[in-house]
Structures are given as structure tokens and as C-alpha cells.
Design a protein around this ligand. Structure first.
Ligand SMILES: O=P(O)(O)OP(=O)(O)OP(=O)(O)OC[C@H]1O[C@@H](n2cnc3c(O)ncnc32)[C@H](O)[C@@H]1O
Ligand SMILES: [Mg+2]
Length: 220
């Protein structure tokens, strides 16, 4: 028996990264499904103060609406010279959700006078896994039972470039020079990005919890 795992992201490129890391970990007994493969449900606003809060908001709402184990990522770029912003506001920094080009242009402008030695930044990802504690799964809509919740965080340190470089990845990748790299995050291969990225690290830290979930269904 396999466990269907709802991977709750509306960002196609992020979703592809999450699926890629799950696949490369080769977890037997987990079948990832996307939001387009389950009936539509009202999604809650990502209004948490932290990446962890938002990842839990997304994963809990997916679990509650579908009863499926649900995995969500909340992530962003924290820039030292902006006191950690855009942070949880990364997706809508220029005012419109998910407009990568506008977000990048705004960040380039904001940092134009910041010297090279103060352009430090780090990507953060919180990945949350939420699933029914009861086995077999109870109906989360009516149950008073609390689900199992696991959260892991990953960090990827680097610097903000003055001009975008590369076509790969998404979001702020063309402006992010990872520590120890002479290529921007958008110039890395998918495998290279996954190996070092905030998301790769956070998700790999959840692998034991995912294996536990898969294992549970095998003993049914
Ligand atoms: O919430 P979902 O539906 O998963 O998709 P989203 O794009 O809105 O995702 P977030 O709310 O977590 O916002 C994350 C933003 O942070 C930035 N970001 C996160 N991870 C990134 C990465 O690996 N490379 C570049 N930018 C990234 C990018 O601007 C994302 O839109
Ligand atoms: Mg979002």
C-alpha cells in the first residue's frame, strides 16, 4: 500500500523542486500528488509571522480539506542590509504575488548603494508535514483529534549580486550567489541546487518522518 502525500504548493517551480528531492530520496510507499489532483478547497492566507507558521498554515489546511498527509514549504530570502527582509514577504515584495521580475528589480534598486562586503543574505525554507495521528485516517473536518506535525528548516547562505545571472531556478535565484560558488543559484544545475539549497536541506531533514509515515501504511 502507498500513502498519498499532498504536496501543497501553487508555485510550479517550487513544486518541481519538492518532487525532485522526494524522488531522489527514494522513499518507498509515498506517492506525491499535487493540488490539481485533489478537489479544490479554500486556501488560508499565508499571514504567519515566520516561515514555520506559514508552512504549518499551508500543510494543516491541505490535510484538513483532504484527509491526506500534506507537505508544504514556506520560504524566502532574508537580506542582511534589509534587516532580514523580504523574509516572509518574499513572494510579494514588489506588491504583486509571485512577480519574480518585479521583485528582483526592486531588490537590485534597494541595494544599489550597499557595498560588496554588506550584501550578505540567506534563503530559508520551513517544510511542514501534517498527517492524521489516527490510523486509518479519520475525517479531519469532523475529528477533534490533533494531527501529527513535523517541521524542519533549511538555510542557504550567500550574497546578493548587483545584476541577475542565469536562467534556471525561480524567484531570486538569478541574484543569489551562494557561499563558495562562482555561479548564481540560477546558473546551477537542478541537482546542484537541490544538494545545497534551503529547500533541499529542510526536506531531507523531514525524510525520517516521511519514512515513518510510509512504514505505518505497510504494517496495515
Ligand atoms: O506558497 P506556495 O504556493 O508554495 O508558493 P509561493 O511562491 O507563494 O511560495 P512562498 O509563499 O513560500 O514564497 C516564497 C518566495 O520566496 C522566494 N524563494 C523561495 N525559495 C526560493 C528559491 O529556491 N529560489 C529563489 N527564490 C525563492 C520566491 O520569491 C518565492 O515566491
Ligand atoms: Mg505562498
Amino acid at each position: 500500500m502507498t500513502v498519498r502525500l499532498l504536496v501543497a504548493s501553487r508555485n510550479a517551480k517550487k513544486l518541481a523542486e519538492l518532487r525532485r528531492v522526494l524522488e531522489s530520496e527514494g522513499i518507498v510507499g509515498i506517492e506525491p500528488v499535487g493540488l490539481d489532483e485533489v478537489p479544490e478547497f479554500p486556501e488560508e492566507p499565508e499571514d504567519g509571522a515566520t516561515f514555520e507558521d506559514n508552512a504549518l498554515i499551508k500543510a494543516r489546511s491541505g490535510w484538513r480539506a483532504t484527509g491526506l498527509a500534506c507537505l508544504a514549504d514556506d520560504s524566502g530570502l532574508a537580506v542582511d542590509a534589509l534587516n532580514g527582509m523580504p523574509g516572509v514577504l518574499s513572494a510579494r515584495w514588489a506588491g504583486r504575488h509571485g512577480d519574480d521580475a518585479a521583485n528582483n528589480a526592486l531588490l537590485v534598486g534597494q541595494l544599489s548603494d550597499v557595498p560588496d562586503d554588506r550584501r550578505g543574505a540567506a534563503f530559508f525554507s520551513s517544510c511542514a508535514l501534517v498527517y492524521s495521528a489516527a490510523d486509518p485516517a479519520v475525517d479531519p473536518e469532523t475529528s477533534t483529534e490533533n494531527p501529527v506535525e513535523r517541521v524542519a528548516e533549511g538555510r542557504w547562505a550567500g550574497h546578493v549580486l548587483r545584476d541577475p545571472r542565469g536562467e534556471g531556478g525561480f524567484g531570486y535565484d538569478p541574484l543569489f550567489l551562494p557561499e563558495g560558488s562562482d555561479r548564481s543559484a540560477a546558473e546551477l544545475t537542478p541537482g546542484e541546487k537541490d544538494a545545497d539549497s534551503h529547500r533541499g536541506r529542510a526536506l531531507r531533514a523531514l525524510v525520517p518522518a516521511l519514512r515513518e509515515l510510509a512504514e505505518r501504511s505497510r504494517t496495515d
